[in-house]
Design a protein around this ligand. Structure first.
Ligand SMILES: NC(=O)c1ccc[n+]([C@@H]2O[C@H](COP(=O)([O-])OP(=O)(O)OC[C@H]3O[C@@H](n4cnc5c(N)ncnc54)[C@H](OP(=O)(O)O)[C@@H]3O)[C@@H](O)[C@H]2O)c1
Length: 300
């Protein structure tokens, strides 16, 4: 068993940290909002007053925070992980951040003798709770091999993308552009079916078989009908990921027309104050454009 540090006890991190604790690791945690770590501390985790102190008490530190800026702050900022790091510490950054930031953090970590993996995940809070995430990892083979038992506690699918840092976060953007476009497509289908007088449940039923089958419909369709936009994967986070995917595409001279439209609808949802809601709330933007309503009552 290892001494593991976990930073970022959010919707995803709370479940991931719990699995590591239940697997028997010694766990030290920090979260910007302390209250969110209370359940883990009651279950046996140690609380540390800063990411620096987490690093001082761990052999492997996992970070699971929102975006590039947040990862940089908790790792490289004042009282961050690198300030408490010693030679040989392993840092696994599991947030969905821009690949160039993964590389930049890995470079700064390397100067302190810290080995880093970028290891973003696929799934959602329920999948994290079930310990069945997908994890895609960029970084040196020997560091990946050393961390494999940790990944196995959290995931059903583990993909070592390549030895260069930023490879994991690059694949994550590619994965999420599919999800973002699929949720937009599902929203369009729901709104058109409402306008055409078709019960949206029948859209879910028929697309559960055949070529239009998509995880976006399976996971978001029922929520759209119930108008349950409580956050699973937020509009803000999806917007962040599609923004990074579009930046990446610009770097490689690739056009992403469908991604760009989905990103623009997300921006419109954000402008309506829906940034913290689940990204499937883009359906409401399309409802407004079509002057229709899919069904159900607002979840209070
Ligand atoms: N939710 C999903 O379905 C899903 C699926 C795959 C990947 N992801 C990715 O996983 C990561 C975490 O997502 P989540 O859904 O768990 O989000 P979340 O519930 O909003 O949690 C975000 C975490 O980051 C922390 N944080 C944000 N800004 C910070 C800062 N400047 N300094 C320190 N801590 C900061 C938050 O602290 P506070 O508690 O203080 O706010 C919280 O612990 C994101 O990169 C997301 O894209 C999410």
């Amino acid at each position: 068993m290892q001494r593991i540090g976990f930073i970022g006890i959010g919707l995803m991190g709370s479940h991931m940290a719990r699995h590591l604790l239940e697997a028997g690791h010694t766990l030290t945690v920090w979260n910007r909002t302390k209250d969110k770590a209370a359940a883990l501390v009651s279950a046996g985790a140690q609380w540390a007053e800063s990411p620096k102190l987490v690093a001082e008490s761990a052999d492997v530190v996992l970070t699971m925070v929102t975006d590039s800026k947040a990862s940089e702050e908790v790792i490289c900022g004042p009282a961050g992980v690198l300030e408490g790091a010693r030679d040989g510490l392993i840092l696994i950054d599991m947030g969905s951040i821009a690949p160039e930031m993964s590389r930049s953090i890995a470079g700064r970590a390397g100067e302190r003798g810290v080995h880093m993996l970028d290891a973003p995940v696929t799934g959602n809070p329920k999948v994290a709770e079930a310990g069945k995430l997908g994890i895609m990892i960029g970084g040196p083979q020997e560091v990946f091999d050393a961390c494999l038992p940790i990944f196995e506690v959290l995931a059903a699918k583990i993909v070592h993308v390549g030895e260069k840092n930023g490879m994991g976060t690059t694949l994550k953007l590619i994965n999420n552009l599919i999800l973002g476009v699929a949720i937009e497509a599902v929203s369009e289908a729901m709104v058109l079916s409402a306008k055409a007088g078709i019960d949206p449940q029948k859209v879910i039923d028929i697309t559960s078989v055949g070529g239009a089958r998509t995880g976006a419909m399976e996971t978001r369709g029922p929520r759209m009908i119930k108008r349950d936009f409580s956050p699973g994967f937020s509009t803000d986070n999806m917007y962040k990921d599609l923004s990074s995917a579009i930046d990446l595409a610009a770097e490689f001279g690739v056009s992403l027309p469908a991604t760009t439209i989905s990103w623009d609808i997300l921006r419109s949802a954000k402008a309506r104050g829906l940034g913290k809601m689940d990204s499937c709330c883009v359906m409401t933007v399309l409802e407004e454009l079509a002057q229709t309503r899919v069904s159900g009552a607002e979840k209070s």
